[in-house]
Structures are given as C-alpha cells and as structure tokens.
Write a protein that binds this ligand. Structure first.
Ligand code: ZN
Length: 293
C-alpha cells in the first residue's frame, strides 16, 4: 500500500502567477478527498507579500471538509509561520529547510545552520500541539552548489527528529535526483534511522526522471510519496523547477503494478481536467491527455 501526500494545493499552486481563488482551492481539495486522497498539503504560512498565492492559508483551512480520515498539512518556515498555523485546524506542520547555504540564503535569507536552529524551536513548540514532518529540500543536489554530501542531509534529519519530528521527507527541490542516487540515499537513511520512521520522497519532474525516482524509492522500501494533481508545481526560488510528479500518472503506474494506493484513478483524472479548465492552462499530466489504456 502506497500513501500519497498530495501537494498540488500548496507546492503546485504557490508558483502560479495568476491568483487562484480560495473557492477554487477548496473545490480542488474536496475533489481530491472524493478521489481517495487522505493526506493533503493545503497551505503555506509564509510571508504573504513574498508568496501572495498562499495569503489565504487560514481561510482555506477553515473551509476544507473536516474528516477524521483526512490529514491536512501546512508549510511553516519560521516562528511567525508557526504562530499563524497554530491558530488554525491544520493537522500537521511541514517544517522545511534545505541542505545548501546558497539555496537557503536565497530561499529563506539564512544559512542552513541558522535555519535548523530556528526550526528546532518551531518543531519543539509545534510538536506539543500538532504532528510535525520535517522536509529536507535539495537532498539530492543543489542548483547552486551541486552535489550535497549525504552526511549533511542525515545531520539535518537528526536535528529535526531530536526536536520532535515524527516524519521526514527528502525533497528533490529542483529535479536533480536519479534512480541510483534515490536508492543509495534511501538505503543510507533507513540504516541510520531504522525502518519505523515514516520516510517520504518528494520529486520534481524537471528532467523527466520524477516517476523513475518514485519507482526507485518504492523498490528501496519507501511507501510515502508526494505528488501533485496534473503535475502542477514549481518553486519560486528554484530556477527552472517544473512541476511535481503527477499524482494520477503515479497512481496509474502503481495500479499497473498491482500496488494499492487507495485512490480512484478516474476521479483523479477528472479532477486534473477540471483544474485545467478552472486555471485555463495546460497541465503537464500525461494520463489526462492519453487516457487510461
Ligand atoms: Zn517541491
């Protein structure tokens, strides 16, 4: 069984220059839940001036369907973000840093060490009230620094876990990962932290390797993957980062392999097509164009 963390409403939309209405976001989330998605990153508590697309985080969380079997996540990068998040019904905080100083200075105007220090306090405080997942960006390479030493990824993960994170997601922020590297890093991670830790993988399809990397992660024993409906997404701070791995394309792969995802593939395709119409732009998903074979 695969667990999908749908990141379309957050990672998918945050880079979208045209503002998407709160109503459309909430309808998207409803359609995702109806299609069987149970973990959704719905909002980001970041500076509204820097990422105006996420300015309605509180409103989105107020309007999403409340269900005991659905978990909503919100991204937090700082203490002020935490304070906002704790005022909402968000189930899970996604606390994010990258492993590269160059990337982090551009993204969050601080070094990795400064970020980890501040986020440690955020995690300690947040985990008293909510679940906290630590997301480690540029785990598979940095567009400014190149290869990221594995020890640095493991160190950040260790600090996050010590502070109270119950899950870790390794993110390939700019689509630099390849399947062999995914297998190596995933295996090293499991050796270091054991098999009980929920490890998620987050890939962007920037160089066309997104789904190959998902398969490599699955074969190395990972069962939690981030993806976004229609392949929406990007990162405002990552040059040329294209969308996340497309949810329905990934579900189609697992379905063909007889691996359960708990989702309704046709419902997901309909949702992607609806979103394409609502946003009035062509999305990157393949299955929504080709159809189910
Ligand atoms: Zn991402």
């Amino acid at each position: 069984m695969i667990e999908i963390c749908e990141v379309g409403p957050r990672d998918g939309l945050q880079n979208e220059p045209k503002l998407v209405s709160t109503e459309t976001k909430v309808e998207l989330i409803n359609k995702l839940v109806d299609s069987g998605i149970r973990i959704i990153e719905v909002a980001s508590f970041v500076n509204k001036k820097v990422v105006p697309q996420m300015a309605d985080a509180e409103e989105v969380l107020r309007l999403v369907p409340k269900r005991a079997d659905v978990r909503y996540g919100g991204l937090v990068l700082s203490r002020s973000g935490l304070e906002r998040a704790l005022q909402t019904d968000v189930d899970f905080l996604h606390v994010v840093t990258t492993t590269s100083d160059s990337f982090n200075l551009r993204n969050a105007k601080r070094t990795v060490e400064q970020a980890v220090q501040e986020l440690t306090k955020v995690i300690e405080e947040g985990s008293a009230l909510k679940g906290v997942a630590g997301v480690i960006g540029t785990s598979f390479g940095c567009p400014f620094e190149g290869e990221v030493p594995l020890s640095r990824v493991l160190n950040v993960a260790e600090s996050f876990l010590k502070a109270g994170c119950t899950e870790i997601t390794l993110a390939d922020t700019t689509g630099m990962a390849n399947p062999l590297q995914v297998q190596k890093i995933t295996t090293a991670f499991k050796q270091e932290f054991g098999n009980n830790l929920t490890l998620g993988l987050h890939f962007h399809n920037t160089r066309g390797l997104g789904i190959a990397n998902i398969l490599a992660g699955y074969q190395a024993g990972v069962t939690r993957f981030d993806s976004s409906i229609g392949g929406l997404g990007g990162c405002p701070f990552a040059p040329k980062a294209v969308g996340n791995v497309c949810t329905e394309d990934m579900v189609n792969m697992f379905k063909g392999m007889n691996v359960e995802t708990g989702t309704d593939l046709e419902g997901l395709i309909e949702t992607a097509k609806w979103l394409e119409r609502s946003m009035d732009k062509t999305l990157d998903g393949m299955l929504m164009k080709a159809g189910i074979s």
